[in-house]
Design a binder for this molecule. Structure first.
Ligand code: BG6
Length: 480
């Protein structure tokens, strides 16, 4: 590329993963089951989780559960982190599996073996000069909490989370500066199973529960900020949302208003609560629209939210969305958690996600204009089917092209004045997909020899994008 890019010194180049999608070892060393352990593999995953009857049962006769083995990172983390170091990673975003630390979630004493595992992961990163960036809860709450307490709509969850956050922030807080509380907290708007541990059988169909669960999560997140800053005043604790830049299909004011409303509801509701520390004025309109009455709010909740708002905004960006309120025919496209209508100006990935690098520049501007807080792109990337040659080499020019265009858009946003602190592309090593439980939907710079049926050696191989990304980091984004 001939474009001149600008990235500040110390920019955090790295990669991102989540425990349940790569660790495997789902019952090792005292680990309890998590909601992710109850998610079957295959394209029907979301349909099963979203059905009226599903209530977190694990049926190994009927389904396979790829998260149980992941890519066996639990036993291969040293090899994997060494590969990240070879690419020159400045940081590595991963999550802690809550159920390794508190197997059921409601215990008072943590599982020491689980804590030891993350001691080793963190030390391995630091040994290579890689800054750990930790998500406290990434779609993997203990299954027991979802089944027995009905997930986050239950206020008791605040105490369980506080207990868990206190343990991990205390244990690792002197070594780890960057944290995030809940992964893609706003995804609950469409899919409360992952981030709120709620399915239809436990009330997820009712927005009263979704908003109550959010409130409980906002309070829990504020408590984590309070605890973290008490342990290490330099600690940076962020929120984490899934951002989908949202366009109106045309200049019709009706569509413009619908777009504005969708932005508020999907993109901004959670950040307004976690960054401004206040519920937005449009909340009442949402309550009216979704049939929500007054929430159960504790005496100190709102003050906690206001005082302990987050330090930065972490977000994932894969695709944009378009709104056509006046459409006569349904032109909905599939997306990650947000569909929207087909945008004639964009191409889509093999999974139908509409690819939009310029939309990332817009996202960065929209978020920075609204909040003036540092931004951290903690997920981005292209899920694609990779073909290996006889040496297990993958020429993934399509992935390089996707990433290059998004990195250029980041640079443009920095020139626009946005304070962007880092970039961790998703699934830097191939792992289990969150929405479909497939291995064949790959994002990595590192190929893992494992297929959808669990066959393969699990050996790791560098793809073409591996050396490309190494050079991007080496030149601080100059050579794309
Ligand atoms: C985000 C999640 O929604 O997107 C990740 O935080 C997930 O956990 C990623 O893996 C990509 O989605 P998918 O469905 O392609 O794995």
């Amino acid at each position: 590329s001939t474009k001149t890019t600008v990235f500040p010194d110390g920019f955090l180049w790295g990669g991102a993963t989540a425990a349940n999608q790569l660790e495997g070892a789902y019952r090792s060393d005292g680990k309890g089951l998590s909601v992710a352990d109850a998610m079957p593999g295959g394209k029907q995953r979301f349909q099963i989780l979203g059905s009226d009857t599903f209530n977190w049962e694990i049926d190994s006769d009927k389904f396979i559960y790829p998260n149980h083995r992941g890519i066996d990172h639990y036993h291969r983390f040293k090899e994997d982190i060494a590969l990240f170091a070879k690419m020159g990673f400045k940081c590595y975003r991963f999550s802690i599996a809550w159920s390794r630390i508190f197997p059921k979630g409601d215990e008072t004493t943590p599982n020491e073996a689980g804590l030891k595992f993350y001691d080793q992961v963190i030390d391995e990163c630091l040994k290579h000069g890689i800054e750990p960036v930790i998500t406290i809860s990434h779609y993997e709450m203990p299954l027991h909490l979802a089944k027995e307490y009905g997930g986050w709509k239950n206020r008791k969850m605040i105490d369980f989370f506080e207990n868990y956050a206190t343990v991990v922030l205390t244990r690792y807080g002197k070594k780890v500066t960057y944290w995030m509380t809940f992964n893609e907290i706003n995804s609950a708007f469409h899919f409360p199973a992952l981030s709120q541990g709620m399915v239809k059988a436990t009330g997820a169909g009712d927005y009263q529960n979704v908003f109550q669960a959010w409130h409980n999560q906002f309070v829990a997140s504020a408590k984590a900020v309070k605890i973290g800053h008490g342990i290490n005043p330099d600690m940076q604790i962020g929120c984490m949302i899934i951002y989908a830049t949202t366009y109106s299909i045309d200049a019709n004011p009706v569509n413009q208003m619908a777009t504005l409303a969708q932005n508020q509801e999907f993109n901004f509701y959670c950040t307004d609560a976690q960054v401004r520390g206040e519920y937005p004025a449009y909340q009442q309109r949402m309550f009216d629209k979704y049939g929500v009455s007054e929430l159960e709010i504790g005496a100190d909740d709102l003050e906690l939210m206001k005082t302990y708002s987050v330090d930065y905004i972490g977000f994932s960006y894969y695709m944009s969305s378009a709104v056509n309120e006046t459409a006569e025919e349904d032109d909905t496209v599939v997306g990650n958690l947000l569909g929207g209508v087909r945008n004639p100006f964009l191409e889509a990935s093999e999974w139908g996600w509409q690819i939009d690098p310029e939309g990332l520049r817009i996202a960065l501007n929209e978020l920075y204009d609204r909040y003036q807080k540092p931004l951290f792109i903690v997920e981005n990337g292209l899920g694609a089917i990779d073909k290996v040659d006889e040496n297990f080499y993958v020429e993934d020019d399509y992935r390089i092209d996707y990433l290059r265009r998004h990195i250029e858009a980041m640079s443009d946003a920095i020139k626009d004045g946005v304070d962007l602190i880092g970039y961790t592309p998703w699934g830097c090593i191939d792992l289990v997909s969150a929405s479909t439980g497939e291995m064949s939907k790959r994002y990595g710079f590192i190929y893992v020899d494992l297929d959808d049926n669990g066959e393969g050696t699990m050996n790791r191989y560098e793809k073409k994008s591996f050396n490309w990304y190494k050079q991007v980091i080496e030149t601080n984004g100059q050579e794309l």
